[in-house]
Design a protein around this ligand. Structure first.
Ligand SMILES: Cc1ncc(COP(=O)(O)O)c(C=O)c1O
Length: 421
């Protein structure tokens, strides 16, 4: 089924490009993501971790999982971190722990990956879709306010593409209506909103270790975080069939456990995480510096609370044709994606084809908003115009940490050529 297709299949299938490519080598293309460039640099440590787990004979939970949970809790500034089987299962576990189910409504953005709304539907609750901010692509808090009703039981802001959502607004809305917030930080591990890590602000935060995420694992994995000891204890029980003690089932939970092998391999990457983020930030700054010189390019301006379209002016004589992504000044963007908006009808698909011919990877995150998905046709037919426009206009270009300047220059010159054509 198309809607269940993994969002990063394209990326994972993309051929790798050697990181240590000599400057004189012929142009080999630019993949959207190059997992080998990051993972093979850590090959001997990863093999050591594998061997340690192999020899331990301990393959379900245990010290490797607990160590990763402690390290990530401390990095994120949260009291409790619970390793789980995927980001999707993290959302489901949070919803199940909050006892959300049939008859309930949960607000979530329409312009995002399927997992958020999918998990709401799997509990039997109704996803209620919210429009997006045209500048930062995150949930539009004013629209969320309009969608709150007597059945609303939770709100799930997604920190999309690596940039925190407008959390003051979300938290205020949740407080005024007495509902919990589950932060979907799958794409934003370590991103900060006013100096606090995302995931630490709501009742629950969730993260994903899917290979294309900034802390990319070796298969599926995820994390649930919370500062609430009672919720943490309950979520831990729910992670293993709701049992406490063993074989005495207090709740109907599931098998949502993170494997110790996955935890041990991820722990090898954790000390490098800040350096990966810095490289992503430097890559984003370089793109913005280079691309903003092109005729028809404008940059999204972020100043504290923005929601509403605000960009730098286009060069005289040129209409704004490509909008470069901006970062709010009161939060840190960790650039899981660098997403362009092509404003002229048909340009987004044309640029994608143009890049493909030059062996440059790109991806459309996301071509169909959730309220237009076939599986949600049973819900109210709503119009969410900003998200609908984003789905037509957005294109993400390579931003991974190991991207070389030469590769970025290839991307920039291809975009320049496209705009001139
Ligand atoms: C915003 C968002 N939420 C949830 C998920 C689900 O994570 P996972 O793939 O680990 O199940 C993803 C990514 O895949 C995502 O991008």
């Amino acid at each position: 089924m198309e809607s269940s297709r993994r969002e990063s299949e394209m990326e994972i299938d993309a051929p790798g490009v050697a990181l240590a490519e000599p400057v004189t080598a012929p142009f080999a293309g630019v993949p959207l993501l190059d997992l080998n460039a990051q993972n093979l640099a850590l090959e001997s440590e990863l093999k050591d971790a594998f061997e340690r787990v192999l020899r331990s004979g301990r393959f379900i939970l245990g010290p490797e999982v607990e160590k990763l949970e402690r390290e990530l809790a401390s990095r994120l500034g949260v009291a409790h971190a619970i390793g789980v089987s995927s980001g999707t299962d993290a959302i489901l576990l949070a919803l199940m722990t909050l006892e959300i189910g049939p008859g309930d409504e949960v607000l979530c953005p329409t312009f995002t990956f399927f997992a958020t709304a999918g998990c709401v539907a799997r509990t039997g609750a109704r996803p209620v879709f919210v429009d997006s901010c045209p500048s930062c692509f995150n949930l539009d808090v004013a629209d969320a306010g309009r969608k709150i009703g007597p059945r609303t039981r939770a709100i799930i802001p997604v920190h999309l593409f690596g940039q925190p959502a407008e959390m003051d607004g979300v938290l205020e809305l949740a407080r005024a209506n007495g509902i919990p917030v589950i932060e979907d930080g799958a794409q934003s591990l370590g991103a900060r909103y006013k100096n606090r890590c995302v995931g630490a602000l709501g009742a629950f935060g969730i993260f994903s270790f899917f290979p294309s995420k900034n802390l990319g694992g070796f298969g599926d994995g995820g994390l649930v975080v919370t500062n609430d000891g009672n919720l943490a204890a309950r979520a831990r029980d729910m992670r293993a069939h709701g049992a406490r003690p063993k074989y005495h089932h207090k709740y109907v939970g599931g098998n949502f456990r993170l494997d110790p092998l996955q935890a041990a391999l991820l722990a090898v990457k954790v000390p490098h995480y800040d350096a990966y983020t810095e490289r992503r930030r430097a890559n984003a700054a370089y793109y913005t510096e280079q691309l903003s010189r092109l005729p028809g390019a404008v940059v999204t301006e972020g100043a504290g609370h923005l929601c509403g379209e605000k960009t730098t002016p286009a060069r005289p004589g040129h209409a704004a044709r490509v909008v470069l992504p901006g970062a709010h000044r009161d939060r840190t963007h960790i650039w899981n994606q660098y997403t362009l908006r092509l404003r002229r009808s048909g340009d987004r698909d044309a640029l994608r084809d143009f890049l493909q011919k030059r062996r440059i990877g790109s991806e459309i995150y996301y071509p169909v908003p959730m309220h237009r998905q076939e599986c949600f046709a049973y819900l109210d037919d709503v119009s969410l115009p900003v998200a609908e426009a984003l789905a037509e206009e957005c294109l993400s270009i390579p931003i991974y940490p190991e991207l070389s300047r030469r590769q970025q220059d290839e991307v920039v010159s291809a975009v320049a050529e496209f705009l001139e054509s």
